[in-house]
Each structure stands twice: as C-alpha cells, then as structure tokens.
Design a binder for this molecule. Sequence first.
Ligand code: F0G
Length: 455
Amino acid sequence: MKTIIEPFKIKSVEPIKMTNRTERETYMKEANYNLFKLDSEKVIIDLLTDSGTSSMSARQWAAIMQGDESYAGSPSYHRFQSAVRNLMPFKHIIPTHQGRAAEKILFSIVGGKGKYIPNNTHFDTTRANIEFTGAVGVDLVIEEGKNPSLVHPFKGNMDLVKLENFIKEKGVENIPMVMTTITNNSGGGQPVSLENIRATKAICVKYNIPFFIDACRFAENAYFIKIREEAYFNTSVEDIVKEIFSYADGCTMSAKKDALVNIGGWLAMNDDVWAQQARNLLILTEGFPTYGGLAGRDLEAMAVGLEEVVQEDYLHYRITSTQYLGNHLLEAGIPIVRPAGGHAIYIDARAMLPHIKPLHYPGQSLAVEMYLHAGIRACEIGTVMFGAQPDGSEKEASMDLVRLAIPRRVYTQSHIDYVIEALTEINTRKNELGGMKITWQPPQLRHFTASFDFM
Ligand code: F0G
C-alpha cells in the first residue's frame, strides 16, 4: 500500500474553532503581529512547536492513574528510571521538570568563565544556560549542515576536524564536555549518523573529555539512522538507540519531545561526583531526587511514552508524514531546508521572498500571512530571533526560516493537506507580501514579546 495511515485511532477529541480572515486580522493586530501573543483558541492549526504538544495514548492516561505521589522513593520513580535505563543505560537518572532545567543544573556544575562547550548546534536554551555561567557555547556542525538547499543524509553531523582542532586550540582543561544534539533542532531538525557519534566519542576518549547527548528527539534520530545508514538497515530502532547512548557519558532530555508527554525531562550521567552535585542543585530548585519538579503521574506517563516512541510503526508514520509536508511544499515551488527534518519543516523565507530584505523580516512576514490566510501558527527562526546585537544594533541572521513544527500524534493528513493548500495559495501571490518593522522590543529574547507592524 502506498498510503501511510496514522497508526492510531482517535478516542478523545478537542474542537478547533474556525475563524475567518476578518476575525484573524483583528486578532493578529491585537497581538501586535507577534504569533507568540495569540491565544491558542484563535489558531486553527498550531505548528509553533512540537514541544509538550503531543497527544498521549490511552495507555499513558491509564498510567497516570497509577502515579504514586509520595515525596520520596515513589514506585513511579522506579518505573520511570527503568524505562529510561532500558534505552539509555546511565548510572544516575535525575528527573527535572523539562529540558532546560537539566541544562541549568548540568552547566552550573561544569560551566564557568574560561570554559568552552562544543556541540553540533546548541539549542537556544542550552546556549543561554552555558553563557549564564560565563562559559562559551560553540557550534561545530559540518559545512553541509549550514546550506539549506543542499541534500545530505546527516546534516546534523559534527565536523570532526574542527572539533579536534578546537580542542587543541583551547586546551583540554578548558573543555569540560563535548555535546551532540540529536536531531539538530537549530540546524533544521537534521539527524546525526551513528558513525559520527562514534567518531565524536573516539575524539572525546582520546582527550579524556566527557561526551553528552542532548537527547530530545533521540527516537526520530534513530529512525533516520535505520533508513539512511547502511550498516543499520537491519537493526531495530531500540537497538540503535541503545548503541547511541552506549557511547555517551550522560545526556540532557526534554521529555516534551520524544517521551511523548506534555511536561518532563531528565539529566542522566555515569559520573558519581557530578551526579551528587546535580542532586544537590536539584533539591534547591526542582525537588527531591525521586520526583525532580514533577508529579508521580508525570513520571508514569514518561515511562510509557518511552516504550511507545521507539515503535517502528509510529516512527515510520512520523518521519513519512513530515516528509509528506516537505515534498508537497517543494512541488509547489516553496523553498525549504532539505532534506525534511524529523519534527519540522523549515521554509526558507529569505529565498521565497527575495523582495523583502532580511532586516525587514521575511520570516515574520510569511508567518503573519500564514495566520491571516488560514489560521496557521508557525515560528520565525531568523533575523527577528537572532538579529539583535548586544550593543543594541541589528544584523541579519544567517538564515530567515519559518519553522512548521509538527506536534506528535495530533494532526491528521487532512490537517496537513490544509497547510499545504494554504502555503501554495500564499506562494502564488507572494510578491504582495511586504516587509515588517519592530515597534517595541525588550532587551533580551525579543521574539517572544516584541511588537511588529507592516512597513
Ligand atoms: N534542546 C533542544 C534540542 C530543544 O529543541 C529544546 C526545546 C530544549 C533542549 C529545551 O527543552 O523546552 O523542555 O526546556 N525545544 C523547544 C522547541 C522549545 O520549540 O524547539 P525544554
């Protein structure tokens, strides 16, 4: 059969409120043309993020009723710990309320002035938590990973030559760890090959530097390995996941992605001294080490989500349905980052709207029009997000993208067809789209709260 169906039935539904363009023009104006300031009830298809937006399964909801809410030593913690260890066999598994809480704790221990932490590409919260300690986050993704239109099976790979040179240049004593983000969200949701993970680990072993994985989308990355890396064509996703983590000394995880839950995360590692320090910090800000900022029921939902996310029927549908959106946009002549990522399609707004200068925010203009035209909410990843300079000036970002992030198990193919139709229609009259300007902005992280208007 050619048709790939959603491998689930729908038992519980949430209504979508339909709106028309006139209503959306009012809502968008009230939100100062900032998609983050829109109430979600005014959105028809919400592609702002795939984080914390998954639908949980009947089994997960059932597990929630088994949550044991004891302050210390809950059986829910033990179920969570064994589900994590089944895939990621680390000695210490420390639950946190989400990914950035794990990052904050980890970098409070290993960061600090004069330290450098390389990654393929740091996600913004990872970089922010590193920089908050005075350390420097460094992105060393391969050159192919920076070219949106170039097709390469593993555009998230670490540039191994650059990594080794960087270690020699800065000195082993200044590099407390090397990280790899799977999949590489900030680089277009692109996967990292097992060969590259193994080689990164080998460099870390050579210089005696711990190797950590930012594991948010580990299952999607493992599925890409299964279908793109010849040596793994006949290996199960579960075994690929186990091999990935066998090379790591620890990981940070946002369970809001590939643990199929709405809140949760963890920090995992083998080092006893760091783990002791991490648990002390955890108690300060998150909670006791057997619940870490979560309820027992959240731990139960994660444990079941981890079993479900490595099922190959699910991953086949997940990756294929994201590709389906990407392929149809390409057919409509809309430039996207290629190949399609695992959790999102990134439209190259700068290439699509060459008449709008980067400093007039082509990504924001497209995102606003997607909402006005069809009630679709997406996220600008470009000059609005990265253009503000510390001295108050502004510079164009390296790319102007619009991310269509696909929540897990939420939308059906007809929802996606609606998105394709909307973008195809916008593309036929793209020359009518104009630039935008910022009328107010905060000193940091301006994309969340800035006000915009048309030029
Ligand atoms: N690392 C990566 C690669 C991420 O994509 C995210 C979150 C985090 C860490 C932080 O996790 O949100 O649980 O604190 N990404 C979301 C996104 C927000 O929309 O891409 P968190």
